[in-house]
Ligand binder design. Structure first.
Ligand code: MG
Length: 388
């Protein structure tokens, strides 16, 4: 029923998506009730959030911070747990209706599986989960009758375009990409770019991992794979177009040639709110788009010679099996090493490419195969980094 409150678990509540989700929740106390909050390391913010939103339980993944969180929340009636396993078990609590997965990277996989197994709907902000194990996740969701609502702005746009289209098949989707801070640059210019340049996204304010991925176009590559699984598409039904203004968030083309797009100012609170509030559109005081301030919206082809990651992601998608898992694990190491000044900007793609060549291919991976592929790829990536 539309009038009933939704009971939410937010995994990764202290990150960029998590904090914006709590803004959405705070603006709609009649719609949402926070039941679980989890954080990796930011104990102080987790404590503040818990005091404000009074969840049923909180989890601090870093176990060394347990005493601090426990002590601070002692006067409140809030359960406190620690460790990754605790995250995977709190998502199964009876009281939860929907789990917002805003964890970074591969760490989102296990809790998402647990939440789906317990029949919880998913608001998916953690795209890596679908990149790593899209077949397994979507199969499990179908089995359990669970809905996966996209939070990624491009996928939310496509989802919004599809509302009301019932069984009308998608001819293709067009994912828009801002092009990031290095759009238009060539390889020679990218040899020496620094992490602080890469961390300056022109349109979006996001966490470090996705910001670096945006600069390298890996983010769009991951989103292509994410879209395949969310919307049941083939690789050749997914097109990427660079749209530097980030106003059109993505488009769907139907078999009668009609194209639908979703537009708006870049603001992650909208896709978060749409995913949590679906099927209702809730009020929002977010700034409105003003056409007079955007006299031209422009489009260009992505430069996959310079930004090889996008081509590598398509290749991983074509090859299937555990290849997207390899791509993701290698990229997670690449971003980490780039942020630690141990890898240059262009070397990130090189590392991913080498891992895709060297890790053994598994055609129909089980969960265990994915876990093993992730582990093996990370170890290999660290080894290769030392030689680059
Ligand atoms: Mg996105």
């Amino acid at each position: 029923m539309l009038s009933e409150k939704k009971h939410i678990a937010i995994l990764g509540s202290t990150g960029s998506i998590g904090t914006q989700a709590l803004e959405v929740v705070a603006a709609h106390p009649e719609k949402f009730e926070v039941e679980v909050l989890t954080a990796q390391n930011n104990a102080q913010l987790l404590i503040e959030q818990a005091r404000q939103f009074k969840p049923n339980a909180v989890v601090i993944a870093n176990e060394t911070l347990y005493e601090q969180v426990k002590g601070a929340l002692l006067p409140h009636d809030i359960k406190v747990f620690a460790g990754d396993n605790a995250i995977a078990s709190v998502v199964q609590m009876d009281v939860i209706d929907i789990v917002l997965t805003a964890l970074v990277g591969y760490s989102g996989l296990q809790p998402t599986i647990k939440a789906i197994e317990a029949g919880k709907n998913i608001a998916l902000a953690n795209k890596e989960t679908l990149v790593v194990a899209g077949d397994l996740i979507t199969r499990l969701a179908r089995e359990k009758g669970v809905n996966i609502y996209p939070v990624d702005s491009e996928h939310s746009a496509i989802f919004q375009c599809l509302v009301g289209e019932f069984d009308n098949p998608i001819e293709k989707i067009i994912l828009t990409a801002s092009g990031g801070p290095f759009r238009g640059k060539k390889r020679e210019e990218l040899m020496s770019v620094t992490k602080s340049q890469a961390l300056k996204h022109p349109n979006w304010t996001m966490g470090a991992k996705v910001t670096i991925d945006s600069a390298s176009l890996m983010n769009k590559g991951l989103e292509v794979i994410e879209a395949k699984w969310l919307f049941g598409l083939k690789a050749d039904q997914i097109e990427v177009i660079v749209h530097p203004q980030s106003i059109i968030h993505s488009l769907v083309q139907f078999r009668d040639s009609s194209i639908k797009a979703q537009l708006g100012l870049p603001d992650m609170r909208l896709p978060i709110q749409f995913a949590l509030g679906y099927p209702e559109r809730l009020n929002a005081d977010f700034p409105r788009f003003d056409f007079s301030k955007y006299p031209s919206l422009t489009f260009e082809k992505p430069d996959t010679e310079t930004f090889r990651n996008l081509a590598l992601a398509f290749e991983a998608l074509h090859r299937g099996g555990n290849m997207p898992c390899v791509l993701n694990a290698a990229n997670e190491v690449a971003v980490e090493e780039f942020l630690n000044d141990r890898l240059g900007f262009l070397q990130m793609s090189e590392l991913v490419e080498q891992c895709m060549k060297k890790i053994s291919f598994v055609t129909n991976p089980s969960l265990q195969d994915y876990i093993e592929t992730n582990r093996e790829t990370r170890a290999k990536a660290k080894e290769i980094t030392k030689q680059l």
